[in-house]
Design a protein around this ligand. Structure first.
Ligand SMILES: [Zn+2]
Length: 1047
C-alpha cells in the first residue's frame, strides 16, 4: 500500500499510519500530509504538501473547520459549520471535492488524507461488470445469543460508517433491523445525520429490511409478515425507505411463500439467496440458469413472478478475495515494500469474473464481498476493494465497481434478457449426497411449539388490546419484537446452540408475560362491561388470570374449586367465525357442574388425567414455575364452549350436589383390546460416522426405522368424547380423542425422554395409515399457506431424508376417493415414504454434531437443581382426518385456523354467582365468510387500526370456498365507527394505490395470469372483496362507539 500522505504533524512526532493499522476504520487512514491543515486554518493549495507516487495515485485532503477556505483554480470553496469539505489533490493540484462529511463534536485535526484510488466506476456497457457488494451476514442469534452478537455488530456498524465516509464510492448492504435499529437508537443526532445522508446517497442500502432474516421452513406466514413489518415500519419511519430487495442468503432452503408473499406482496423487485440443492446448483450453473423468474403461487401465477438470483457459490467472495482473516490475498502495490503482486491479483480477478460470467446471463455478475459477522475491521475489505477496482479497471478487460443488489438488479433488468421460469420451491436442500438438511424441520420441537403457540397468542392479545385501547405498558410490542427475533434462520429452525435456544425461550417468556398482563386488563374491562375509554383511563383492576401451563395440566385457578370459590371460565375467540369447541381444564374434584351465563347447565365430562400427564406436570411445574404441585387426584374437565366471533362467552364451574341434574359425567375407564390402531411409532437411528445426523441434517443410519412396541390400551368413555390411551413405550405415550360431532381424531403425543443409554441417537416418528392409494404423491404446506404437491423420488441418494419436507399446517395424501390429512400444532418434518401412509417426525435426540457450524450434538435436556438431568420431553397435538376428498380441503383450512388461533381462556372468581355475559365485537348475526380469516387486528402508534384479512383457499382447491369472498367491515367491527380505510402493502410501508409498479421481466414460457383480485374498497360501503389466496392489509381510522354491549 503506498503510504501517501505520511507527514508530520506540526504539533507532534511523525505519525506513520499505514492502512489497516492504528486507525479503526476511521476517517483518514494515513494522517498527516495535511500537517498544515488545522482548524481555522486557511487552506491554500501549496499548504498541503503531498507527493503522490505513481501516475494513478490520488490524495485527498480535508479542509477543516468552520469557515475554512480552500482555493482551487481561483475558486474559493468555503466549508460550512460542522462540515468538512473534501478537497481532492491529484499530483499536487487541489481539485474541488465532491463530498461533505459531518463530524459531531469538536473538529478533529488531521482527519485527512487517505490514499485514494480511482473507485468511482459505474456500469460500463459492453464490458463484463463485476458488482462488488459489501455485506455482513449477522445472525440474530446462533452460536452466541442475540445480545452477545450485538456487541460485534455494533463494532461492524461503527467501522462501516467510518469507511463509507472515507470514500463516497464505497457501499454497504445492511439487512437485520433487530441489530441496526438498536445501533441506530444508540447514536446521537449528528451520527444519525451522517447515516441518513449515506442512506440517501445510496452508499448504505437496506435489503430485506425485516427484523431478522427469517427461516423459511419452520415459520408460519403470519410470523414472517409480522417480523418483516416490524423492520419495514422502522425503516419507513426513520429513513422513508422502502426496501426492494429480498436478501435471504443463508436460510437452508426456500419456500414458495417467500417468493410470492414475502417477495412480490412487499413490492420487492428481486430475491437473492445462496443455498439450493447441490445437484440443482450444478444443473443451473451448467445451463446458465442460476438466475430466473420464480413463480411461487399456483393461484396468482404469472401476476406474482419475482426475479431470483442464486449465488454461484456461498455468500462469500471468490477464493482469494475474502478478507479480514479469511485467507484473502492482499494486493501489494507499494514497491518500497518489496515485490508487488498487482498483475497477479488483477489476473486472478479477471479469471474469477469469467467463471461467474459463464454461469449467468448478461454482462453482469455479482460478488458478495463479505461473510458471517465481517466488516468489524471494514477497512481491510474496503482498502482491498479500492485497489481491485482501481487496478482492474486500469487493466480494462473487465469493469469492477462498488455496487448494491439494487444497482445489480437494475443492470440485469436493463439488459432486456429473457429468463426461464421456475415454479414451486427449493426444498429439501442438500449440500452433498448424504447431507439433506431436513432434520431442522423438527429440531427443538418444544421451542417450535412455544413459538407457534405465542404467535397465535400475540394475534389474540393484539385484538383485545386494540379493542380496549393500547397502553404504554403493559402491551404486546415486546412480544412482537421477541417473536420477530426468534423467526431467525437459527432460531425457530432449532439450529442454534442450547444456551441460545434457552435465551430465546427466556426472551419469549418475559415478553409473553407482559402481553398476558395486557390481555388480562382488557379481558377484565370487557367482562365488566367497561367502555374502552374508561378501560384506559380508569385504573381497572384485573381479576382475570390465564393459565399458560394448561398444556401440562397445571392451573392453580381451576384446581381449587369450592362452593365458596366457584370458577368463572371466560373463553375468548380470536377468529372471525363463531365457534363451538371443547375446553379442557384440570380440576381436583370429580363432582362439578358447568353452567353458561344464563345459568343453564352445559354438558361436561370428567376423566382422570393420565400418568404421563402427571409426570410432565410435576416436572415442569417445578422446572418452569418453581412450584411442586401436590400429588392429588386430578381430573380433566371437558365441556363445550359456544363462543361468538371476536368475542367471549363465560361459564361457571362449581361443585355439584349428588345426582344434580346436568353435573359433569364421569368417564368409564377400562382396559380395551384394540388391534386396529391407525398410528404406529418408530425411530430412525441417527447416523454417527461420515455425515452425522444432527441439528440441521437428518441422516438415518438405516432407512428402515425401528418399531416401538406397544402395550395395553385404556379406553375412556363418557358423554362428550371417547378416548383411547396407551403407553407405547416407557417414553412414548399417546391419547386419541374423538369428540361428539367432530369427524377428526385429536392425537396427543408425548415423547421423551428419548433414551440414549444404548449409545444410539433417535429420531422418533409416528406413521398414520389410511385406505388410499396415494401413488407416490403427497402434499405439504408452504409456511402454513399454500399446499404443494410432492412426488416421492426413489432416485434420491437418501430415500427417506431426501423425501422429507417441512410442514407448518399439515400434510395429506389422497386418491380419487379418500383423503388422509394430518394437521400439526408446530413446524415439523413430514413425508410419505410408502403409499397409503404419512409420517411425521416428532422429536430428535442425537449423539453427534453434524458439522454445519453449531458444533453441538442436538441433545436437549432438562435438569432441576443438582438432580440428574434427563432428555427433554415434548407433548404435541396432531389432528387426523380421513374422509371424502371433496370435503378434505374445507376441514384442513378451517381446522387449521382453529389450531393456530385457539380459544384463549381467562379464569376469575365471580362476584356473587353472576358470570359475565357474552360479548362480541361483531354485529350480532354476522361472521366472516368461511373462506376468510382475520390475520391481524393491531392498534398502531397513531391509534389507527391495522387489519389484515386473508382468503384461505387456493384457486380450484374447493368448489365453493375457492370463490371470491366479501367482508363487511362495518359489521365485522361493529364496536367501531370506521371513519376511513386506507389499503397498504403487506408490510404496511406503502400505500397500495401509490405502490410503485414492480419490474417486469421477459420470460421464456408465458404462463397464464392469476386469479382475480378483489376490487378497490369503496369508502362508503366498506365492502372488502378477496380473491383466492389474497391477503389485504388495511389501515382503519376508527372511533370507538364507546359502548360495550354484552349480549
Ligand atoms: Zn445465518
Amino acid at each position: 500500500m503506498p503510504v501517501l500522505g505520511i507527514g508530520r504533524d506540526e504539533d507532534g512526532p511523525r505519525e506513520d499510519v499505514p492502512y489497516g493499522e492504528g486507525v479503526k476504520g476511521g476517517l483518514g487512514v494515513a494522517h498527516a500530509a495535511a500537517a498544515a491543515v488545522h482548524l481555522d486554518d486557511e487552506i491554500v493549495e501549496h499548504d498541503i504538501l503531498v507527493l503522490p507516487r505513481g501516475d494513478n495515485m490520488r490524495v485527498e485532503a480535508l479542509a477543516v473547520g468552520e469557515g475554512a477556505v480552500a482555493e482551487e483554480g481561483g475558486v474559493v470553496i468555503e466549508t460550512r459549520r460542522w462540515e468538512l469539505q473534501f478537497l481532492r489533490i491529484i499530483r499536487g493540484v487541489l481539485l474541488a471535492g465532491d463530498r461533505v462529511v459531518a463530524i459531531h463534536g469538536t473538529w478533529k485535526r488531521r482527519q485527512c488524507c487517505y490514499a485514494a484510488y480511482i473507485t468511482n466506476a459505474s456500469v460500463v456497457a459492453g464490458k463484463l461488470n463485476v458488482h462488488l457488494v459489501a455485506h455482513s451476514h449477522d445472525d440474530v442469534g446462533w452460536i452466541k445469543t442475540v445480545d452477545d452478537y450485538y456487541d460485534t455488530v455494533k463494532g461492524i456498524l461503527d467501522s462501516v460508517l467510518a469507511s463509507l465516509q472515507e470514500n463516497p464510492d464505497r457501499k454497504f448492504v445492511e439487512v437485520e433491523q433487530a441489530f441496526f435499529s438498536r445501533w441506530w437508537n444508540e447514536q446521537n443526532s449528528s451520527v444519525q445525520g451522517v447515516v441518513r445522508r449515506l442512506v440517501k446517497s445510496g452508499q448504505l442500502e437496506f435489503a430485506n429490511g425485516g427484523w431478522c432474516m427469517h427461516d423459511e421452513a419452520a415459520t408460519h406466514y403470519a410470523d414472517m409478515i409480522d417480523q418483516t413489518t416490524l423492520g419495514h415500519r422502522f425503516l419507513k419511519q426513520e429513513f422513508d425507505v422502502v426496501p426492494r430487495i429480498g436478501w435471504q442468503i443463508d436460510p437452508f432452503g426456500h419456500s414458495a411463500v417467500q417468493a410470492y408473499l414475502l417477495g412480490t406482496e412487499l413490492g420487492f423487485d428481486g430475491l437473492f439467496f445462496a443455498r439450493i440443492d447441490y445437484q440443482d446448483r450444478l444443473r443451473r450453473t451448467r445451463d446458465k440458469n442460476l438466475e430466473f423468474v420464480w413463480e411461487g403461487s399456483n393461484t396468482l401465477k404469472s401476476d406474482k413472478q419475482l426475479f431470483t438470483s442464486v449465488f454461484l457459490r456461498h455468500y462469500n467472495p471468490p477464493k482469494g478475495f475474502d478478507y479480514e482473516g479469511s485467507g484473502g490475498i492482499i494486493m501489494q502495490d507499494d514497491p518500497s515494500k518489496g515485490a508487488t503482486n498487482i498483475g497477479e491479483r488483477v489476473e486472478a480477478f479477471v479469471n474469477a469474473a469469467k467463471v461467474y460470467a459463464n454461469a449467468t446471463q448478461t454482462n453482469h455478475v455479482m460478488w458478495t464481498m463479505g461473510d458471517d459477522f465481517k466488516y468489524y475491521r471494514s477497512a481491510e475489505w474496503y482498502t482491498e476493494m479500492d485497489k481491485l477496482i482501481h487496478y482492474v479497471n486500469k487493466d480494462g478487460r473487465v469493469n469492477a465497481l462498488y455496487s448494491t443488489p439494487s444497482i445489480y438488479l437494475d443492470a440485469k433488468h436493463a439488459a432486456d434478457q429473457v429468463w426461464n421460469v421456475t415454479k414451486n420451491d427449493f426444498f429439501p436442500y442438500a449440500d452433498n449426497k448424504d447431507s439433506f438438511w431436513t432434520g431442522y424441520y423438527t429440531s427443538r420441537p418444544v421451542l417450535k411449539g412455544y413459538v407457534r403457540a405465542l404467535s397465535g397468542y400475540l394475534q389474540a392479545a393484539r385484538q383485545l388490546e386494540a379493542l380496549t385501547g393500547k397502553r404504554d405498558h403493559p402491551n404486546t410490542d415486546n412480544l412482537w419484537r421477541a417473536l420477530s427475533v426468534v423467526q431467525h434462520h437459527d432460531g425457530v429452525s432449532g439450529t442454534e446452540r442450547q444456551k441460545v435456544a434457552d435465551d430465546y425461550a427466556r426472551l419469549l417468556a418475559i415478553a409473553a408475560s407482559e402481553a398476558e398482563k395486557s390481555m388480562n386488563l382488557a379481558a377484565s374491562c370487557l367482562a365488566a362491561g367497561v367502555s374502552p375509554s374508561d378501560c384506559l383511563r380508569k385504573n381497572v383492576s384485573s381479576d382475570a388470570v390465564q393459565c399458560p401451563h394448561l398444556d401440562i395440566s397445571f392451573c392453580p385457578s381451576s384446581e381449587n374449586i369450592t362452593s365458596d370459590k366457584p370458577l368463572v371460565v371466560t373463553a375468548y375467540n380470536p377468529l372471525g367465525w363463531a365457534r363451538e369447541e371443547y375446553i379442557q381444564i384440570p380440576v381436583s374434584s370429580n363432582a362439578l357442574i358447568v353452567t353458561d351465563a344464563t345459568g343453564k347447565a352445559v354438558d361436561s365430562q370428567l376423566a382422570p388425567i393420565s400418568d404421563a400427564t402427571k409426570k410432565l406436570r410435576k416436572l415442569h411445574a417445578e422446572l418452569d414455575i418453581g412450584v411442586i404441585p401436590e400429588d392429588e387426584t386430578l381430573y380433566s374437565l371437558v365441556f363445550k364452549a359456544v363462543v361468538p366471533p371476536l368475542g367471549f362467552s363465560s361459564y361457571l364451574v362449581k361443585p355439584s350436589k349428588p345426582n344434580e341434574n346436568g353435573s359433569a359425567g364421569n368417564s368409564r375407564v377400562y382396559e380395551a383390546n384394540i388391534t386396529d390402531s391407525s398410528t404406529e411409532y418408530f425411530w430412525y437411528t441417527g447416523e454417527v460416522g461420515g455425515q452425522n445426523s444432527g441439528a440441521y441434517i437428518f441422516r438415518p443410519a438405516d432407512n428402515n426405522p425401528t418399531p416401538v412396541t406397544s402395550s395395553v390400551w385404556l379406553a375412556v368413555e363418557g358423554p362428550l368424547y371417547k378416548a383411547r390411551r396407551r403407553q407405547v413405550s416407557p417414553w412414548i405415550y399417546e391419547e386419541h380423542r374423538l369428540y361428539n360431532g367432530e369427524t377428526h381424531n385429536e392425537l396427543e403425543i408425548t415423547v421423551g425422554p428419548i433414551p440414549l443409554d444404548d449409545g444410539v441417537g433417535k429420531e422418533v416418528i409416528v406413521k398414520v395409515k389410511a385406505n388410499t392409494t396415494s401413488n407416490s404423491k403427497f402434499y405439504t404446506d408452504s409456511n402454513g399457506r399454500d399446499f404443494l404437491e410432492r412426488v416421492r423420488s426413489k432416485q434420491v441418494t437418501q430415500p427417506v431424508a431426501g423425501n422429507y419436507y417441512p410442514v407448518n399446517l399439515g400434510i395429506y395424501i389422497n386418491d380419487n376417493q379418500t383423503d388422509l390429512s394430518l394437521l400439526v400444532d408446530r413446524a415439523s418434518g413430514a413425508s410419505s415414504i410408502n403409499d397409503g401412509e404419512v409420517e411425521l417426525m416428532l422429536h430428535r435426540r442425537l449423539m453427534a454434531d453434524d458439522e454445519r457450524g453449531v458444533s453441538e450434538a442436538l441433545d436437549e435436556q432438562v435438569c432441576i437443581g443438582s438432580q440428574e438431568c434427563e432428555g427433554l420431553t415434548v407433548r404435541r397435538m396432531v389432528y387426523v382426518n380421513s374422509g371424502p376428498v371433496k370435503e378434505a380441503s374445507r376441514w384442513r383450512r378451517l381446522k387449521g385456523q382453529r389450531i393456530y388461533s385457539p380459544l384463549q381462556l381467562f379464569f376469575s372468581t365471580p362476584s356473587g354467582q353472576n358470570v359475565p355475559k357474552q360479548f362480541s365485537m361483531v354485529k350480532s348475526g354476522y361472521a366472516l365468510p368461511d373462506n376468510v380469516a382475520l390475520l391481524t387486528i393491531q392498534e398502531l402508534e397513531d391509534k389507527s387500526i391495522l387489519v389484515r384479512l386473508a382468503h384461505l383457499f387456493e384457486a380450484g382447491e374447493d368448489d365453493t370456498l375457492s370463490k371470491p369472498a366479501n367482508v363487511q367491515l362495518k359489521q365485522l367491527f361493529w364496536h367501531w365507527e370506521i371513519q376511513g380505510v386506507n389499503e397498504l402493502s403487506l408490510s404496511t410501508n406503502q400505500d397500495k394505490s401509490s405502490m410503485k409498479r414492480r419490474m417486469e421481466w421477459k420470460v421464456a414460457e408465458k404462463s397464464e395470469g392469476g386469479a382475480k383480485r378483489g376490487a378497490r374498497i369503496d369508502q362508503k360501503s366498506l365492502l372488502v372483496e378477496l380473491g383466492p389466496m389474497e391477503i389485504r392489509t388495511l389501515q382503519l381510522t376508527v372511533k370507538p362507539k364507546n359502548v360495550v354491549t354484552l349480549i
